[in-house]
Structure formats: C-alpha cells, structure tokens
Design a protein around this ligand. Structure first.
Ligand SMILES: [Zn+2]
Length: 100
C-alpha cells in the first residue's frame, strides 16, 4: 500500500511541475489573454482567470493542453465546493441556457 501511495504522490508531483511549466508557456498566456472562462463562457480580465484541470490531477488528470482550461473565480470555487455530480449538473444548467 505504501508503495502505491508514494507512486501516486510522485506522479502528482510530476503533474504539478508540468502544470507550472504550462502556466508559464506562451500557449497558456495566449489562451488566457482571450479572457474567456471555459465553463461559463463569460469574459473576464485575463489576470483573474486561473488554470483549471478538467479532470483534476488528484483524479489522474494530466497537465496537458487538452486537460487545462482558463477558469473564472466563480467557476473555480464552485468546482471546489461541489461534488463531481453536482458540478456536472451545474455544467448542464450552463449549456442549457439560451445563447443569443
Ligand atoms: Zn466561469
């Protein structure tokens, strides 16, 4: 058990390091400068957007471009507070709202 735990721990550390590198990349800076939250599609000052992992690192998500998105403070705190199921339901209410 201890072996697996330390394996996970090492992996998580590796992903966190990759996340830091990604956060410093031109790719991320360009993406964030659009000022659009991936989840609610709202526009925000780029500096207020944080980097979010769609699949959290703690659940095996990788720090790769297709798992990393700009996220506003509100969505970020909701994502932390809500259970995965509640978060999915929240996402559905967002996509169900009319877009005109
Ligand atoms: Zn948002």
């Amino acid at each position: 058990m201890e072996y697996y735990f330390s394996q996970d721990d090492a992996l998580l550390k590796k992903e966190k390091k990759k996340a830091r590198e990604l956060r410093n990349s031109q790719w991320w800076k360009r993406k964030r400068s659009q000022g659009i939250c991936y989840y609610c599609r709202g526009s925000f000052p780029p500096k207020t957007l944080t980097m979010d992992h769609i699949v959290p690192m703690a659940r095996g998500g990788k720090s790769v471009k297709n798992n990393v998105v700009p996220c506003c403070k509100e969505c970020n705190s909701k994502k932390k507070q809500l259970l995965p199921l509640e978060w999915t339901a929240y996402m559905e209410t967002l996509s169900a709202s009319p877009r005109e």
